[in-house]
Design a protein around this ligand. Structure first.
Ligand SMILES: [Zn+2]
Ligand SMILES: [Zn+2]
Length: 356
């Protein structure tokens, strides 16, 4: 969907490196490498390793089932307590506030593959992967991000609270809490605990960034061939279930992000987590695309790689083959014939069988 204000489109894009973001990215990367070093030389206590894994998974929940499926797309409803947990998990990930996350993501969905798309794959894989974080956004993105509807989020007092106090919460919950817990409770070195927290944050970021680039780059498009979004099994594994992106762009309201993930949880730990919370009444009103909606969309706009499209392609009548020739044996000698001729003979044979 193109941006509809001509004046914005006429504005020249000013290429500018965001040095603050570059400095932050560099510092977090150096600390993350230090974290890997501490692991490799056995300086990290086992309890800290498990704690880092737990905070990494909580951050993943904050991004996937939280900021993405719940807050951006309202794919399911949840109790207030669970919603507050999702905001906390999102805060642990260190990936902006829920409102800022959803703002970027909603503009990405509405203006995919245009100048207003913040991670526009048409500007190259590098830009879409992580360049967009360190380069000034386009005038089209700034314009559309200020107009995108976020009223549902601003009217939620818990979400608005996080937005308003984000910098204080970032210092307290994202930076200090995961550093202080290992230091105070099981006497981990503060340097090790800090580096492990930065490593965890980098991995959460990588989950998001790899997706922005690779799932709009190359791969099958079973549901909508007009989109650059693709289904990517590897990325799906890395992000715990966010990789069936062609499906997601076609049915963004579906809480499963993948038509099979509630059948095969190995496909999506995020869907498993949402369903598990549903058992305890924390989550309800989960939305899905019906099999009929999926079938119609696959046949209408898919690229033919979906099994429904493949099965349909096999069930064609003889007219579909009128231009193709095959070699077949007639009375002991080989003959070149059109498939339409062969199909006629098959039909006569079938009628004979039915009559006999
Ligand atoms: Zn996308
Ligand atoms: Zn989405």
């Amino acid at each position: 969907m193109p941006s509809n204000d001509a004046k914005v489109n006429e504005k020249k894009y000013k290429y500018e490196i965001l040095w603050f973001m570059v400095s932050m990215g560099t510092l977090i990367s150096i600390e993350s490498i230090l974290g890997i070093y501490y692991i490799s030389v056995g300086k990290v206590l086992t309890k800290t390793l498990f704690f880092s894994l737990a905070t990494f998974l909580i951050g993943g929940i904050g991004a996937g089932p939280g900021a993405h499926r719940f807050f951006s797309h309202h794919a399911y409803k949840a109790t207030r307590q669970f919603k507050i947990f999702l905001i906390f998990a999102q805060q642990i990930s260190g990936m902006k506030s829920v409102i800022s996350w959803c703002q970027i993501h909603r503009v990405h969905h509405k203006f995919s593959d245009t100048e207003a798309d913040p991670t526009n794959i048409k500007r190259g894989l590098f830009f879409s992967f992580f360049g967009w974080l360190f380069i000034a956004p386009t005038p089209q993105y700034i314009y559309e991000s200020n107009r995108i509807d976020l009223d549902d989020l601003f009217s939620d007092s818990d979400v608005a609270f996080q937005y308003k106090h984000y910098s204080k919460l970032y210092i307290a919950i994202t930076m200090l809490l995961p550093t202080i817990i290992p230091t105070l409770i099981w006497n981990e070195s503060i340097y090790v605990a800090f580096s492990m927290n930065m490593l965890k944050m980098s991995l959460n970021f990588l989950q998001l960034l790899v997706g922005n680039g690779f799932v709009h780059w190359d791969g099958p498009k079973p549901y909508d061939a007009t989109s650059t979004a693709t289904d990517n099994v590897l990325y799906n594994f890395i992000t715990l279930g966010e990789g069936f992106h062609n499906y997601h762009h076609t049915f963004p309201f579906d809480y499963r992000n993948n038509e099979f993930s509630s059948l095969w949880y190995v496909n999506s730990l995020s869907t498993f987590f949402i369903d598990l919370c549903g058992l305890f009444g924390l989550v309800y009103d989960k939305k899905i695309a019906t099999p009929e909606m999926i079938r119609r969309r696959v046949l209408k706009t898919g690229d033919g790689s979906h099994w429904i499209a493949k099965r349909k392609a096999l069930k064609t009548n003889e007219n579909d083959y009128s231009d193709e020739n095959v070699v077949r044996s007639v009375n002991g000698s080989l003959k070149l014939e059109s498939i339409a001729e062969v199909m006629k003979d098959v039909k006569i044979l079938q009628e004979k069988l039915v009559c006999s």
